[in-house]
Structures are given as C-alpha cells and as structure tokens.
Design a protein around this ligand. Structure first.
Ligand code: BTN
Length: 316
C-alpha cells in the first residue's frame, strides 16, 4: 500500500491531499497518514502541509525491492558480503538470475583475499547468481561481461569515459571505480553455480590514504550525487541481455566490444604470476584471454591465473 502512495506522489509531482489519496486507494485518511509515516521512516523525503496534503521530494537515494526494477531480487540493509549471501541462496536451491543487493557490507571481499570498502549509502554492492552450462575454465568470461555492463552503464548514465583494465577493473580517468569478484562452486567439468559480485563507487566523497591515489567514485568524477538504483537497473538489464547472448554464442560474440573498452590494448603490460610475462597487450581473443606480444611470440593469458599491471602501475 505505501508503495502505491509513493507511485501516486511520483506521478502527480505536487501536493496530494490525504483525502484524495484515500479516495484513490479506497482507505481512510488515517491509513494514509500511517503509511506516509512509514515511508518517511524508510528515508523518503515527504513534506506534509496542512490543508495541502503530501508532496514527495524524489531526490533521496533509497534502496529497497520497490526501487529496484528487477523481479528476482533480495535486498538486505546490511550483510557480511552480497557474494556470500548469494552463495547461501544458491545452496538453498535459488534459481539462476537471483540478484542480491545491500546498502552496506560488513565483510565486503575483493580479489586476492583483499577487503572491499563497503560503507552504507556510498557504494553499490550487488551479486548475481548464474548457472551457465560452461566449463569451470570459462567462468572468468562472465567477469568480463560484468565489466562491460558496468562500463557501458557508467558511460550511459554519466557521460564519463569508463574503460576496463583487463580482466575486471572498471576505470575512469586512471582510477578504479568498480571491482568485480566472480566465485563459483564446481565439479571437475561442471559448474554448479557462479556468483558475480559487483562493487561500484557511486557517492563516495573521500577515500582513505591507501586508496586515494587509486580509487575514484561517480561523485568525485562528476560532482553529482546519483541514485544507486539507476545504476542497478542499467547494469543488470545489460548483463541479463549479454548473458542470454553469451549462453547461445559464447564469449566470441563480445570480443570486439570488449576490446573497444579495454584500456590495456596497445600498452606494455606485465603479468604478476610466478613467471611474469611482459609485452604489448593486443586485446582479448575469443576465449577472453589477454594476448600479450612478447619479444618471441604471442602468449594468451587467462584471467583466473594472473592479473596484469601496466608498466608504471597507472592505467593512463
Ligand atoms: C576487486 O577486488 O576488484 C573485486 C571487488 C568486488 C566487490 C564486490 S561488492 C559486491 C560483492 N560482494 C563482495 O563481497 N564483493 C563483491
């Protein structure tokens, strides 16, 4: 009921009296008043003026299942990690496509055992459960699709020139704005499920000492605060579209688009594996492996194995 009130206030834009709302929804003015108070408690900015009624100031950045335009979504205000929650749901038998979103993570995880800074209301923290019929070796390709979805969404919503540092960092003006962590449960030849977790720095105003030089946010790049649900909608609808094509045609269908977003192409890179490979990045192949041209040959590097650094550690 309260979200129906919200829809009416959004549609009408100006003041709507309690009587009119009650009439439209077939309930008493007292019931309207009660529900308006609940909405206010949830963080909605609703002005109440006697004899005029209620008016919504729709700029608040609020997350809940009503604000996320995706059917199969679980929203939790606070969670250890959306990836872990998504895995728990998968173990309970949840279907492919489940999206878990949270306002804040107490144990946000990054790649290589690092933490992911996850304060409330600043960033976007979400994970999607997928059950593709692919080999475990191909699972990192899903990370590449997620990176493309985020880079495209950032460009579309903000106009910022977002690119990807292979395999999974989305970068704006040389600084990381999004990280992606793909985890899976698999048998030798078969994937049980994959969880792709996406963290985007949206409204962060500052970063601590150790992140300051490397990380940025949509707010720091544009000077504007954004509603996180807009990013969720864009990223998830793109990823869903990419995923259905991927299931039919594999990663080859995305190679050119990925390479057009990939910031490493044409740059000197060095892998961080035990035996580092150094050379010019040529872009990814049909399997999503980064091709590195060394002095002697062209080496394909798989993203699960290593991450690459640009020569001077900057993304340019
Ligand atoms: C990286 O190190 O770049 C990957 C960061 C991934 C962070 C996201 S936030 C949502 C999801 N839940 C997690 O615990 N991690 C991922």
């Amino acid at each position: 009921m309260r979200y129906k009130i919200l829809d009416i206030l959004r549609e009408k834009k100006g003041f709507v009296s309690g009587e009119e709302l009650g009439g439209l929804l077939g309930v008493s003015r007292a019931a309207i008043w009660k529900n308006i108070n609940r909405l206010k408690e949830e963080g909605y900015d609703i002005e109440s003026v006697s004899k005029k009624g209620y008016r919504l100031n729709d700029s608040a950045d609020i997350l809940n299942t009503n604000e996320i335009k995706y059917d199969n979504v679980i929203y939790v205000k606070k969670v250890d990690s959306t990836n872990d929650e998504c895995k728990r749901q998968a173990e309970k038998g949840c279907q492919s496509g489940l999206l878990v979103v949270s306002d804040c993570q107490t144990g946000g995880k990054g790649r290589l055992g690092r933490d992911w800074y996850s304060k409330p209301a600043e960033g976007l923290y979400m994970s999607i459960l997928l059950k593709p019929n692919i080999s475990p070796l191909e699972a990192p390709q899903l990370t590449l699709l997620a990176g493309m979805s985020v880079a495209k969404a950032i460009k579309k919503i903000t106009g910022l020139n977002a690119g990807i540092k292979w395999p999974n960092d989305v970068v704006v003006n040389g600084k990381k704005i999004c990280g992606i962590l793909t985890e899976m449960s698999a048998e030798i030849e078969r994937i049980r499920y994959v969880v792709t977790g996406i963290g985007v720095n949206i409204n962060n105003e500052v970063f601590g000492k150790e992140l300051k030089e490397k990380a940025t946010s949509v707010f720091l790049e544009t000077g504007k605060k954004y509603k996180r649900n807009i990013f969720i909608d864009h990223i998830v609808s793109r990823l869903t579209e990419y995923y259905s094509l991927y299931c039919k045609e594999g990663f080859a269908a995305f190679k050119d688009e990925y390479n057009s977003l990939c910031l490493n192409v044409g740059k000197i890179v060095r892998t961080s594996g035990n035996i580092p490979i150094k050379g010019k990045a040529l872009g990814v192949n049909d399997k999503g492996e980064l091709l590195i041209e060394t002095d002697t040959n062209i080496v394909p590097v798989r993203s699960g194995e290593v991450s690459v650094r640009l020569k001077n550690n900057k993304y340019i």
